[in-house]
Structure formats: structure tokens, C-alpha cells
Write a protein that binds this ligand. Sequence first.
Ligand SMILES: Nc1ncnc2c1ncn2[C@@H]1O[C@H](COP(=O)(O)OP(=O)(O)O)[C@@H](O)[C@H]1O
Ligand SMILES: O=C(O)[C@@H](COP(=O)(O)O)OP(=O)(O)O
Length: 305
Amino acid sequence: MIMVEGEVSGKKYREPFSKGVLARSLTRAEMDPNKAYTFASQIEAHLRKEGIKVISLDDLVGIVRARLKEENEEVAEKYGLWKRIRTCKEPLIILIGGASGVGTSSIAFEVANRLGIRNMTSTDIIREVMRKMVSKELLPTLFESSYTAYKSLRIPPSPELDEVIIGFRDHVDTVSVGVEAVIERALKEGVSIVIEGVHIVPGFINEELVSKHNVAMFVLTLQDEEVHKGRFYSRCRQLWARRPLKRYMNYFGAIRKTHKYFENQAQKYDIPVIENIDVTTTIDCIIETITKTYGREEDVRETKS
Ligand SMILES: Nc1ncnc2c1ncn2[C@@H]1O[C@H](COP(=O)(O)OP(=O)(O)O)[C@@H](O)[C@H]1O
Ligand SMILES: O=C(O)[C@@H](COP(=O)(O)O)OP(=O)(O)O
């Protein structure tokens, strides 16, 4: 049996070489799953041929990268990025916001999967917990959707202001308190997490948290209204979907207003905006942006992981 030796907090540990584990990390670098398993088998054969009984994790990664480079430069680079992010000292907090339907939950799931992040939550869930804690009378907009919050504003805004946006801001402002609590807890515990939803709005989450180099915020957009509408159709077609299409179509105008607001806020606070047309392009863009601020030499653990 070939043993792989790693090091955590100065302590060495050994575990058997697993083709499955290696193949999974290669699929995260977008290698086809069948190919990844074959590739992992070839690596195992190579180690056996060389008579290697124990190999350090760093040496294994080195061999994998060298072999990958010969086969596919792009996968080799993505594997390198993934490995770097995995060996960082600080937890990584990824915040993905955007108007209802632009694809925040789908993209958050894919990004978490690609980076091997095991924690993911939606701001809708945070909102649901908060709804159990306060009365409707105290915070009426919390009990609305982000795009219908204007209906429950206690004081109607003056006519020159857009009531949809005033309602949206009020609603987001409240849920942001819960979002901040999740971020603070993740930082305290040292746990990486992806948080997604309509309540991740630039300018609403404590600047001190958002400006940390290991907290990365993104806004997803869909410029084409028909494409945006299409996403609600595709979401409602899924068998488990419980949210009626009609509701989103009825409020589509209001949802687009929140979309515009996201764009403006992102520009104001210098938050990357990604047009979520193609899933792969969106994910690559998020991961590339993250590696510019996180995953630098000084972020990576001194000890071998
Ligand atoms: N880049 C994309 N290309 C095609 N379809 C997408 C893309 N992103 C999301 N979708 C689809 O659009 C629908 C809405 O996406 P979802 O992630 O539920 O949006 P949100 O969480 O922002 O409301 C889903 O059916 C999803 O599969
Ligand atoms: O408040 C909102 O805008 C949506 C957000 O959900 P997503 O569309 O982002 O999943 O929640 P709803 O009240 O429609 O269930």
C-alpha cells in the first residue's frame, strides 16, 4: 500500500493513497470524471513503478501537476489554483449576490463544489430564521419578498423616491444583520463558507468584514430581460420547485428594479459584477478573482497540508 504523508499544525499524519480522492480533486479542476479516474490510476501505477511506499502530499501534488502539464495546461493551472486555495491559513468567505433568479444559488453550489468548500447557506434561510424571532408588526418588510417589501413599508416614501427600492433597502438592511452574524461566526470558527442570495448587496454588509482579504463579494447580473425571465421558467420546471412562476412574472418589473440597484451599488462599492450567462465562465471568473486577493504566498500555510 502506498501511504501519503501530510502535516497539520506541525503534526505528521499518514493515509493510504486513494485514486478516488485524487480523481475528485481533478474533477474540481474540470477534468472529465472518467478521465480523472484513469489519470489517478496512472499516477498510482507510476508510484508503484518507482517503488515509492511513502510520499509527502507536496511531492504527490508536484507529480500530479507535472503530469497534468503534459496532458492539459488548462486543467493543470486550475488544479494549481484549487490546491493553493485549499492550503490557505484563513477561512474563505464567498458572498454571491444578485436579484432574484439571476442564478446565485446555482453558482454558489458550483463554486463551493469546485473549491471543496463544505459549507453553504442562502440568505433566504437566514431570513426564515429571523422571521421566527421577531413579530410581523415590528419588522413588516422582513415577512415580504425582497421585491414586494415596499408593500409593507410602515411609512410610505415620498413620491419622488422609488418605493420598490425603498422597500428593498429596508428588507435587505434587516437580513444583513443575520448575514453578518454568519460571516462573523465562520471567521471565528475558521470555517470556509459560501453565502448567496438577494440580501448580499454591496454597501449593506459591515465594511470591516467585507474589506478582509479572505472575504470576497460578487454580484451576478443578466442584462437581457428575456434571458432573466427564462431562468424563472427553468427554475419552475424543476420538479422540486415550489415557487410559482406567476408570482415572479407578476413582479418581474420590480425584480428588474432591484437588478439595476445591485449594479449601481456594485459600481459604487467596487464589487465585481459578473454577467451569469455561462456557468463555467462565471465560476472561472469568481475563482480567478479570488486568487488575486487570497491564496498569495503569505496566505498559504507554512506547514505542508
Ligand atoms: N449560468 C446559467 N446558465 C443557465 N441556467 C442557469 C445559469 N445559472 C442559473 N441557471 C438556472 O436558472 C434558474 C434560476 O437559478 P437560481 O440559481 O435558482 O437563481 P437565484 O438563486 O439567483 O434565484 C435555475 O433553473 C438554474 O438552473
Ligand atoms: O425575496 C426574494 O427576492 C426571493 C429570493 O429568492 P431567490 O429567487 O433568490 O431564490 O425570495 P422569495 O420570497 O421569492 O421566496
